[in-house]
Design a protein around this ligand. Structure first.
Ligand SMILES: [Ca+2]
Ligand SMILES: [Ca+2]
Length: 455
């Protein structure tokens, strides 16, 4: 028995002597203290154990690296317990644009790489807007947004400007306008710039850039536009499909070969004269009150949907017909210099001015157009013209036709008349009052005579 007890004691002593349980401590520190946390943050671990340490940054911080009893940037990282470990997890504030100024105090995020910044994290390119055109910059000085010609203006001075008038300032480069991000109204007509970037001016409602040298104009980002006037430039195309709020569109005197206004149903005013349009679909533009498309190459023009039209000028095209029967609101119709052989204005009783000069009309019934004050039909093939119902007429020009008779006795308001170059017109009927005092503004051929009655 004594032997057994001695043996047991020997075994216990032998075991604890050959296989002692040794443990080591981990102590983790975090710098800066608010930068984050590490799990586990402390503890006792058996010798040889592999411990995984996970660093979790606070908001506005990122994990940078380990130091002390661990190293490297791995997260999580593994330490093997061979001694007591004092480990530091190093965090740093987020600096997304790597300009040395932490995000939470960086007033200018996205600083371009390599640019020097101020204490607010702002580089010069972020604080200042590049304005290379001296005349543009001078205008900004005159407006009080800038103080010296140095190609730059403080962006904070211009990024809340809502209206700017730069017309006739001899500006050849509008670079810088892109930082006028609050603009509603940009008036920059009568300058010499060849391009205009309004892609950042998304609040624009009024853009007047006429009489410049623009060859392209991208208004796809300017969806708030209600008025666009880019007349008298060198545009060969213009996409207004995104500008669905447009009410006024002036694109006249450019080089457009086509113009799609099918998305612009709010349009009331469309001037597209003196381009190279071969077709024009205004069937969706039912609110149009003014359409001027003269000086194009239109072979047809359908205005049957445009019942609100008050003024239509489609002169100097290639029209062989024109149906204005639905346009009962028309007060002004100009269709000079086309190839019209007939013209029905019987439904257009609101007409006050009718221009149908230089067509191929052999007859024209204006008996329903009693509001006419101006009537111009020179250069046609008219042999007969009844203006007895047009008692409001003030001006009439019917020269260069083939008239054989003309009765003006009802046209007591007529002060301007040109009926010359009608070589078969020998007698012009007038009333007694007119005959006693022929208005000085009346012109006739010498072969014609005024008389109270004509045979
Ligand atoms: Ca910055
Ligand atoms: Ca300046």
């Amino acid at each position: 028995m004594k032997k057994i007890i001695v043996l047991l004691i020997f075994l216990v002593v032998a075991c604890s002597k050959d296989d002692p349980i040794i443990q080591y401590s981990i102590t983790v520190q975090v710098t800066p203290v608010e930068g984050g946390s590490v799990s586990p943050s402390s503890g006792m671990f058996n010798e040889g154990t592999s411990i995984s340490l996970l660093a979790t940054p606070s908001a506005e911080y990122i994990f940078k690296n380990w130091s002390g009893g661990a190293n490297g940037k791995s997260n999580p990282t593994t330490v093997v317990m061979k001694s007591n470990k004092s480990i530091t997890a190093v965090f740093e504030k987020k600096d997304t644009d790597s300009d040395g100024v932490a995000d939470d105090v960086d007033m200018c995020p996205n600083t371009p790489a390599g640019e020097t910044v101020d204490n607010n994290g702002c580089s010069n390119s972020q604080k200042y807007t590049y304005v290379p055109d001296d005349n543009f910059e001078q205008a900004l000085i005159d407006f009080g947004y800038d103080d010296v010609i140095d190609d730059y203006v403080l962006t904070s001075n211009i990024d809340d400007v809502t209206s700017i008038y730069l017309n006739g300032k001899e500006i050849s480069d509008l670079t810088g306008i892109e930082n006028f991000v609050a603009l509603n109204e940009l008036i920059c007509e009568q300058n010499q710039f060849t391009s205009l970037d309004v892609s950042q001016n998304t609040s624009l409602t009024d853009l007047i850039c006429s009489e410049n040298l623009l060859t392209t104009l991208d208004v796809s980002q300017n969806t708030a536009l209600t008025r666009l006037d880019c007349h008298n430039n060198q545009l060969t195309s213009l996409n207004v499909s995104q500008n669905t709020d447009l009410e006024v569109l002036h694109v006249d005197s450019n080089e457009l070969t086509s113009l799609d206004v099918s998305n612009n149903i709010a349009l009331t005013d469309l001037l597209c004269y003196e381009n190279q349009l071969t077709s024009l679909d205004v069937s969706k533009n039912t609110y149009l009150t003014r359409l001027e498309c003269y000086g194009n190459q239109l072979a047809s023009l359908v205005v049957g949907q445009n019942t609100a039209l008050k003024s239509l000028d489609c002169s100097s095209n290639k029209l062989t017909s024109l149906d204005a029967s639905q346009n009962i609101a028309l007060t002004d119709l100009q269709c000079d210099n086309n190839e019209l052989t007939t013209l029905d204005v019987s439904q257009n009783i609101a007409l006050t001015n009718l221009y149908c000069n230089i067509n191929q009309l052999s007859s024209l019934d204006v008996s329903q157009n009693i509001a006419l004050t101006g009537f111009f039909c020179l250069g046609n093939k008219l042999t007969y013209l009844d203006v007895s119902q047009n008692t409001s007429l003030v001006q009439m020009k019917c020269s260069n036709n083939e008239l054989i008779s003309l009765d003006l006795s009802q046209n007591t308001a007529l002060t301007v008349l040109d009926c010359r170059i009608n070589y078969s017109l020998y007698c012009i009927q007038v009333n007694a009052t007119q005959l006693s005092n022929i208005p000085t503004g009346w012109n006739k051929d010498d072969i014609a005579s005024y008389a109270l009655t004509c045979n």
